[in-house]
Design a protein around this ligand. Structure first.
Ligand code: ACO
Length: 339
């Protein structure tokens, strides 16, 4: 097959993921804040999350996930032409984590490397950007990564947030050119995005330390540096918006939820996932869950889940898969993949 004819088409050549080995359980969190395994499990479905060792940065997790994706795609780092990293926990303000990753991988032919700050929708937003790139340059090989060291932006004295998040990364390599890639994994049928900046105040990170409230030399960070969230409000908007965008993208593509083989929603909270699935009439057997083991890994969440689902054999050739994400911004995204 030659160049893909349809404007929107893009194919995935490889998927990969990586999580740090250290596990932080609910029982361990009981020793750190006033919480209980029972509260966390019943309210969120989370049992454990992975946490990096001191000194491990976002680019390190991104590197391991990218290596895994390259291996699965049977490609070398030198083949990569563009790198997009979705994250809210970049190594530095500058350079971008994507540039750090490019250097670590040795992707010497890389033309563009950028970070995207789209909260938990960072990977899906990145996929849409990649779609634009491969439309203009079908031969491009774009490495799209979601990587987070959420623990670096957690206040481990705030029980409202620190029990919810974890660290991890996932990566996908996409192109618009099918020639010579027998290992094509899936086709990206469509992507839809939405932004609701008016509600950004409900979930914020770094209320201090940015240009709106810069830190002075020698000033110590306060709790405003870490993740803050109006959980109940976020919950409501997450359910409503993930449902709406998912129903819309299905309708636009003349599909219904009955056509889906697997639904992979953002892994923030089991109850959010269950509520979205119920509203969309999708049985839980058709919903992929790993929030119990990893918590909310923000931009890494959806690609970590997609890569795991694929590598565990939960996705078979011919399957139709729907992704849905919701994150700080608010950012909302949905994608349909055909395997
Ligand atoms: N352990 C024990 N008690 C807790 C804990 C905890 N870890 N955290 C909060 N509480 C208490 C609160 O202090 C509050 O107590 P109060 O009523 O005495 O003030 C009470 O529990 C809160 O209860 P609810 O509001 O009923 O809790 P809810 O059922 O809404 O669950 C939760 C809270 C889990 C945060 C939920 O709202 C949620 O998951 N929201 C969405 C969060 C999320 O997923 N955000 C990210 C999505 S977007 C993104 O990923 C960036």
């Amino acid at each position: 097959m030659g160049l893909l004819k349809k404007k929107n088409n893009m194919i995935i050549l490889g998927l990969g993921h990586f999580v740090p080995e250290d596990i932080l359980t609910n029982k361990q969190l009981e020793q750190m804040v006033d919480t209980s395994d029972e509260w966390i499990t019943t309210r969120t479905g989370i049992k454990a999350r992975r946490i990096v060792k001191k000194g491990v940065a976002c680019s390190d997790l991104a590197y391991n996930a990218s290596k895994n994706a390259l291996e699965n795609a049977k490609l070398d780092p030198i083949d990569i032409t563009h790198i997009i990293v979705g994250t809210f926990t970049s190594d530095y303000c500058a350079p971008a984590t994507a540039c750090v990753l490019q250097a670590k991988l040795g992707s010497k032919k890389c033309e563009m490397a950028i970070d995207i700050a789209a909260g938990c929708s960072g990977f899906t937003y990145g996929l849409e950007l990649a779609r634009g790139i491969v439309f203009n340059k079908p031969e491009a090989k774009v490495l799209v990564v979601g990587s987070e060291v959420c623990s670096s932006r957690m206040n481990f004295k705030d029980r409202n947030t620190c029990v919810l998040f974890g660290d991890g990364a996932g990566a996908a390599i996409v192109t618009g050119h099918m020639n010579g890639y027998p290992q094509v994994i899936s086709q990206v049928i469509d992507i839809e995005l939405k932004t609701i900046g008016e509600l950004g105040h409900l979930l914020m990170v770094g209320l201090e330390g940015g240009s709106a409230e810069p830190l002075a030399l020698g000033q110590r960070v306060s709790e405003k540096y870490f993740t803050r969230m109006k959980g109940r409000e976020v919950f409501k908007h997450a359910v409503r918006n993930m449902t709406e965008i998912s129903e819309h993208i299905l309708k636009k593509n003349n599909l219904t939820s009955q056509d889906l083989d697997l639904f992979i929603p953002h892994q923030a909270n089991y109850r959010i996932i269950e509520a979205v699935a119920k509203k969309m009439n999708i049985p839980m057997e058709k919903v992929f869950i790993n929030v119990d083991r990893y918590g909310n890994t923000s931009a890494a969440s959806i690609i970590l889940a997609l890569s795991e689902a694929y590598s565990y054999g939960r996705i078979q050739k011919g399957d139709l898969v729907l992704l849905a994400t919701f994150g700080a911004g608010f950012t909302v995204a949905s994608a349909i993949l055909k395997f």
